[in-house]
Design a protein around this ligand. Structure first.
Ligand SMILES: [Fe+2]
Length: 372
């Protein structure tokens, strides 16, 4: 059933419409109004398929009604303008304002039915098109979300593989992941960016896969040559994720090295993961590695991971020492603000301490990684 709204300040015109359309009452619901204001009020709460409006009315005229209907959310229903005046300028204005059709008074009943059918047919096609678009959009949303989910699963599988190379199997990699979002939120990152850093930070030490056992698992002190090898885990990790890695080139389609300034990966998750893997040992004052970046040259995500990585290492047990107390770990972190750590990141860390304590306690209770 289609709903048709007629508006005219002259009652006999409305009666004429009613008479002309009485045979079609089973297909169309007809509503009659004597002012444009009443139509607008009706449209606020009721679905309407077409409005047939007079132009000259005492308060709001038909053209203003037309403009106000088009300004409604979704553009409102189509409007047929009916005028007794042979004013060509007025007719052009009505068309400019988006009138679906124009009719002259007095309205010929057969002509009226034909025009209404035509406008309603177009409306039907538009609705069909809109439904198709809605369906397609929802399919695209579904597929995108499935793709994002599978991206995350792949990244987390890589993180679990990397965890086997970690000196602490008690969940360091995943604790770091959980510590990041509270800081990121306080630093003004969006919900999506927090989700990115949450997943991507799990790959911060991915490059340890490429460090030989004799160095990574060496019980004693490392020589300077061995340290140099350990430090390579940053470039190795980022290299695994880069689009121009020889293996990744097969899917990225790149023929050679990435042009400078290009994202490391076309996938935002892998790009963030690569940035973190590469720069999480850089220091605020430029004395870190691998590139000696300083200040805001270091991606914010990497500055966040740099702090929580050290905090977690200090506050958990390592094969060669017991865990430091929380106060001691916080004191050591504080003593490195401005040299190793970004002061703003440190501020966010201080504001997140309650959440961090809770995450730490939850990991302890589960004796292993929480689900990501
Ligand atoms: Fe590292």
């Amino acid at each position: 059933m289609r709903t048709l709204v007629f508006v005219d300040d002259e009652p006999h015109v409305l009666s004429g419409y009613r008479r002309s359309l009485q045979d079609l009452r089973e297909d169309w619901e007809l509503r009659f109004f004597d002012s444009a204001e009443a139509v607008l009020e009706h449209l606020q709460a009721h679905p309407v398929d077409v409005v047939i409006s007079d132009v000259k009315m005492p308060e709001m005229d038909g053209l203003e009604l037309l403009a106000r209907i088009h300004a409604l959310e979704g553009g409102g229903p189509p409007v047929i303008i009916v005028t007794g005046m042979q004013d060509r300028t007025l007719k052009r204005r009505a068309l400019d304002l988006g009138a679906a059709d124009l009719m002259d008074k007095p309205v010929d009943p057969e002509d009226l039915v034909a025009r209404l059918r035509s406008v309603l047919r177009i409306r039907h096609y538009q609705e069909e098109l809109q439904n198709q678009n809605d369906l397609l959009e929802s399919k695209v949303r579904e597929r995108t979300s499935a793709l994002e989910k599978s991206n995350k699963e792949i990244v987390l599988s890589l993180a679990r593989a990397a965890e086997y190379r970690d000196e602490d199997t008690g969940g360091h990699v995943f604790r770091v992941s959980h510590y990041c979002p509270p800081l990121a939120t306080k630093l003004g990152m969006s919900e999506d960016e927090c989700e990115l850093i949450f997943i991507a930070s799990a790959l911060h030490d991915l490059g340890k896969i490429g460090i030989p056992d004799r160095v990574l698992l060496k019980p004693g002190k490392l020589t300077s040559e061995e340290w140099a090898i350990v430090k390579q885990h940053c470039t190795i990790g980022a290299g695994i994720l880069r689009r121009d890695h020889p293996v990744n080139r097969l899917v990225s389609g790149l023929e050679g090295p990435l042009p400078s300034g290009e994202p490391i990966s076309g996938n935002p998750l892998l790009h963030t993961a690569a940035q973190i893997a590469l720069s999480h040992h850089e220091k605020w004052n430029g004395s870190g590695y691998p590139h000696g970046l300083s200040g805001e040259q270091i991606p914010l995500e990497a500055r966040i991971v740099a702090l929580v990585d050290v905090f977690d290492a200090l506050s958990t047990r390592r094969p060669y020492r017991e865990a430091l107390s929380e106060e001691e770990a916080i004191r050591i972190i504080r003593s490195s603000v401005g040299t190793h750590f970004d002061p703003d990141v440190h501020l966010a860390f201080q504001e997140s301490l309650e959440e961090i304590r809770q995450i730490h306690a939850d990991f302890d209770a589960q004796q292993g990684p929480l689900s990501l």
